[in-house]
Design a binder for this molecule. Structure first.
Ligand code: FAD
Length: 394
């Protein structure tokens, strides 16, 4: 392990991998560290991703695609189901990935491009000199070592501590930290090309429960509810177990994972002197869906491009790194995050009756746009008063 790099990336998820891959390709010396003993495990994700989004970065490969998703179904509390089907829409839905392989593939790509990769290596403290982040102290097989870098990229996910150690407030309010639990269930009858979302106060209060196909007879079945909604007698796992009993009593659970998903607004600033923050660590998760794979990859790539430029210009100050923050905030992703945050804040105020009404108002429609925006547009068309309520949100 060398002790000096252009760029140090902390975290080997999709965000960190894209940052390391991009930086290495642009000729920087790069070190990526991951605290876990292996990349990609344990998977803490339902693994759903849009097809178009993925193609931005690489061609789809059957090795890391578990299911080709052609339909999505949203099930209201009274059972009204809204279906979005790519055959009717002429638009694509997505994939369910196998992130155990997908995450590794991304890190391999970074490594092939020249990045040094170290697993079981944890950042334990930042190196800060005169207010400037200059790398990290890492623990590697029980030994401590300093790795210095011109730019350090914090890609340490939802549990991110690195930015906090550098003096940035990364607190997620309890009501905006989704408490998630997911089972990988096998030997069940499912539609192998559908991702289903269940809503309602009895199913997943202020959140949703998902059944994402993982193959012909397997699915990721999970739930996310605000951590503030957990009660000792009714936690996320109780809701999930109740659903399992009702819908898949004979399903075999072969994996169980827990995790948090931040559905707050992004950090107010994602750079400081010598430091950039990306992916879940920057809280760039879609507040409605909780999806963050694509945004982590996007911010990872953008951060590395701007870091490489700053390094070649010999200036890695906050000001020089600021174009990263400005660019993602004004990008389609940044605008979508802001809009979806407001929509999420509105939707969590709706009771079951209202959710049923909205679902009924769009039941049977042929959607031409299979996105959150497409869905929202149809809802607003049929419930114009909602637009006024949404505009009232700040
Ligand atoms: P991560 O993938 O979390 O990677 C961060 C890495 O940093 C981890 O590997 C961690 O071990 C490492 N790390 C942390 N601290 C240190 C340290 N000090 N030193 C070294 N390494 C460190 N998103 C979707 O798009 N689709 C979905 O279907 C979906 N489902 C989800 C379901 C659940 C239950 C949860 C919890 C999340 C889900 N998400 C989903 C969100 C998605 O998993 C994340 O947005 C995505 O993984 C973010 O990527 P990242 O690279 O920012 O962080």
């Amino acid at each position: 392990m060398k002790s000096d790099y252009d760029i140090l990336v902390i975290g080997g998820g999709p965000g960190g991998a894209l940052a390391a891959w991009t930086a290495a390709r642009s000729g920087c010396t790069v070190c990526l560290i991951e605290k876990r003993p292996a990349i990609g495990v344990p998977v803490r994700c339902a693994e759903g991703v849009g097809k178009e989004l993925l193609r931005e970065y690489m061609d789809p490969d059957p090795r890391w695609i578990s299911a080709d998703i052609r339909r999505a179904r949203i099930v209201a509390p009274d059972g009204t189901a809204v279906e979005l089907d790519e055959r009717k829409a002429g638009a694509e839905v997505g994939y369910v990935l196998d992130r155990k392989i997908f995450d590794r593939e991304l890190v391999w790509k970074a490594s092939e491009a020249g990045a040094d990769v170290f697993v079981k290596t944890r950042a334990v403290a930042p190196i800060i000199e005169e207010g400037v982040v200059k790398g990290a102290t890492v623990e590697f097989c029980g030994e401590r070592k300093d790795i210095r870098a011109k730019v350090t990229i914090a890609a340490d996910g939802v549990e991110s501590k690195f930015a906090r150690w550098c003096g940035i407030d990364t607190t997620v309010p309890l009501r905006e930290m989704m408490s998630c639990i997911q089972y990988l269930v096998t030997d069940i009858d499912i539609d192998p090309h559908s991702n289903d979302f269940y809503l309602g106060s009895d199913v997943a209060p202020e959140g949703y429960l998902w059944v994402f196909a993982k193959g012909e007879r397997s699915a990721n079945i999970g739930i996310g509810i605000p951590a503030s909604k957990n009660r000792p007698e009714m936690r996320a796992k109780h809701y999930l177990n109740r659903f399992m009993k009702e819908h898949y009593p004979d399903g075999k659970i072969i994996e169980c994972i827990f995790g948090g998903d931040p559905v707050c607004r992004p950090l107010p600033c994602t750079v400081s002197d010598g430091l950039m923050i990306i992916g879940d660590a920057a809280r760039v998760v879609d507040p409605i869906t909780g999806g963050g794979i694509g945004n982590a990859m996007y911010t990872g790539r953008l951060a590395a491009e701007i870091a490489a430029r700053a390094i070649s210009a010999g200036d890695t100050s906050k000001e020089a790194l600021m174009p990263y923050d400005t660019e993602w905030r004004t990008s389609k992703m940044g605008k979508t995050l802001e809009r979806n945050y407001k929509v999420k804040e509105f939707f969590i105020t709706l009771n079951d009756e209202k959710l049923n009404d909205l679902a009924r108002s769009i039941e049977g429609i042929n959607f031409s746009d299979i996105t959150v925006m497409g869905l929202l547009t149809e809802i607003i068309k049929r419930n114009p008063k909602m637009l006024i309520e949404l505009k009232g949100l700040t």
